[in-house]
Design a protein around this ligand. Structure first.
Ligand code: LLP
Length: 430
């Protein structure tokens, strides 16, 4: 479900050959498809339409202002996790009443900034944080809204240990037992109205079942708390909806919705608000990282394809052992991929280590990867790189960050310029 296709043996983003983008802005470069972003946003909204949800795009997945603005213009809210992301949401013209703010370590300055910006909900992660936000709201003479983040102790076994959040012993949220005590202690505070429940069980979650389990527990808690007179009018079921890193591996939005909507329909019909926080599922397959092959090198039995990008621009392969499809942007007719998958049955592929220029053995984009023969100067596309790609880029080894380009049909626009060496040292000129 994206707009990256091979035509005449070369890769297009929508109606633009990616080679034309590389010629114009150079490599490496992140390239995003506007239509894919919009399609994903509309598809998830329509799958859950019966709940009329507030969809809050998770800015952390791909936070370029132009992309956030594109979604804000569609009426999309935002899920943020820092003052920097509150700022991005504001700069992009987001309706701030549709902003949810999670994160275990919000500072006083960040809290004040968010209250002043009139965000929709703070997702509250601890008692100490609740007390602090309530105090700051009171000092500012404002009333803020809080969603208690509960930890339903549900996990998807396929989610990487570094990105699972719903099990009991994480730094996120509070367990259900503690949630009851939380409401008894703070549920009647006037400066910070605790009128919502939040959960986010991890990322990615590959099937609807963990959501069903977690939401069922949350609804039981809501029933119980309502019975005690607490007014809970909103449930935020978080993000984590998967993306197709391998074709066919991810469920469709309707698979999630078919299981989740019936559960939440009574809550909705009773006047409740439902919030979703999708990030990856909107952005991942809307972007690729384009890189140029610099050198080929043999190391023992291994063939190394050395690129002009690596872990400093896309850390997912080395940080999470993530598998992302990589293929040349121009190929011989027999190497046009019929699909993107691990198990391509195509002749003439060479098993390659696709690595970057960084001074670490962990600097790789793919290991033991079948690849059509490539030469110095060839372009490679790392697919599904739109989410948690550029946002996790670093300047390690004093490498400037790549530009970002947004494609719209047969036109494209640089939405972030390539960084310069001067950018690298600018904040140090003090
Ligand atoms: N809501 C909350 C509270 C979150 O912490 C996250 C992601 C999301 C929503 C969005 O999850 P998504 O729909 O994008 O799966 N860097 C990792 C992913 C870390 C996700 C952190 N939280 C990766 O590259 O896979």
């Amino acid at each position: 479900m994206d707009h990256f296709t091979y035509r005449d043996n070369q890769l297009y983003c929508e109606n633009t050959p990616v080679s034309a983008i590389a010629e114009s802005v150079g490599t490496p470069a992140y390239v995003y498809s506007k239509q894919t972003l919009l399609d994903h946003y509309r598809a998830i909204s329509s799958a859950f339409a019966e709940l009329d949800p507030v969809v809050c795009y998770s800015i952390k997945s791909c936070g370029n202002l132009h992309i956030v603005r594109l979604l804000a213009e569609q009426g999309c809210g935002m899920d943020v996790v820092s003052g920097g992301e509150v700022f991005r949401a504001q700069e992009a013209g987001t309706d701030m009443s549709k902003v949810v703010y999670a994160g275990v370590g919000k500072t006083d300055d960040e809290i004040e900034q968010a209250i002043t910006a009139d965000i929709g909900w703070f997702n509250i992660e601890s008692e100490a944080e609740f007390e602090n936000i309530a105090l700051i709201a009171q000092r500012l003479g404002k009333q803020a809204h809080g969603a208690l983040r509960i930890n339903p102790d549900v996990a998807d076994a396929r989610t990487h240990a570094k990105t699972t959040t719903g099990s009991k012993e994480t730094k996120f949220g509070v367990d259900i037992e503690r949630a009851r005590r939380f409401f008894h202690a703070y549920g009647r505070n006037e400066s910070l109205r605790l009128d919502a429940i939040h959960l986010h069980i991890g990322s990615p979650i590959y099937s609807p079942e963990p959501y069903v389990k977690a939401i069922t527990k949350a609804l039981e808690l809501i029933d119980e708390l309502r019975g005690e007179g607490f007014e809970i009018n909103t449930i935020d079921i978080g993000g984590g909806y998967a993306a197709d890193y391998e074709t066919g591996a991810s469920p469709a939005y309707t698979d999630y919705a078919d299981a989740i909507v019936p559960l939440l329909k009574p809550f909705k019909d009773d006047g409740g608000t439902v919030i979703l926080e999708p990030g990856r599922t909107i952005a991942a397959n809307a972007g690729i990282l384009l890189t140029e092959v610099q050198y080929l090198k043999q190391g023992g039995s291994k063939k190394f394809v050395i690129c002009d990008t690596g872990m400093h621009h896309l850390i997912r392969p080395t940080l999470y052992e993530a598998w992302q499809f990589i293929w040349p942007a121009k190929v011989a007719p027999e190497h046009v991929p019929a699909k993107r998958a691990k198990d391509l049955e195509v002749d003439g592929l060479e098993i390659s280590e696709i690595v970057g220029p960084i001074c670490e053995t962990g600097d790789y984009l793919a290991k033991d990867r079948p690849l059509p023969p490539v030469e110095r100067g060839d372009l490679l596309a790392v697919f599904s790189a739109g989410a948690y790609g550029m946002v996790m880029a670093s300047h390690y080894n004093a490498m400037p960050n790549p530009p970002e380009v947004l494609v719209d049909g047969d036109r494209f626009q640089t939405i972030r310029r390539r960084e310069t060496y001067e950018d690298l040292v600018a904040a140090e000129r003090v």
